[in-house]
Design a protein around this ligand. Structure first.
Ligand code: AMP
Ligand code: ZN
Length: 113
């Protein structure tokens, strides 16, 4: 999708050091980390938000969740971590390409801000 920064990252139009990449997803460090480990996992397919997920994406969504726990292990997050999807205006979704935040290596408070 034109003018989508995460599509540009997924397509290597913006050079990004990937933490992990395969044909379906790419994982990279967040530009403004909110924890010692803060990575983003995105589908390479442009999906604007969680609300935009369709039946067609069912397998991809399951794949992402499965990969997230593998990545968490690779990132040394055996003490715990949080996975966040900000969806829509009230959640301050700023990038309109579905992304999963993985945050870890610090105590994460609850409720979130
Ligand atoms: P959200 O508020 O859930 O939409 O989060 C978007 C996240 O993307 C924020 O944490 C940003 O710091 C991060 N971000 C935006 N642009 C980039 C980029 N080019 N590379 C890495 N992270 C980015
Ligand atoms: Zn996109």
């Amino acid at each position: 999708m034109a003018d989508c920064i995460f599509c540009a990252i997924a397509g290597h139009d913006i050079p990004t050091e990937a933490v992990y990449e395969d044909d379906k997803i790419i994982c990279f460090h967040d530009l403004e980390p909110q924890a010692p480990v803060h990575v983003l996992v995105i589908p390479k397919k442009h999906i604007s938000s969680l609300d935009a997920v369709t039946e067609e994406d069912r397998e991809l969504m399951g794949y992402i969740m499965f990969k997230i726990h593998e990545l968490a292990a690779d990132l040394g997050l055996e003490n715990g971590y949080r996975v966040v999807i900000n969806n829509g205006e009230d959640a301050f979704q700023t990038v309109k390409h579905l992304h999963f935040h993985i945050l870890g290596k610090r105590k994460l408070t609850w409720p979130p801000g």
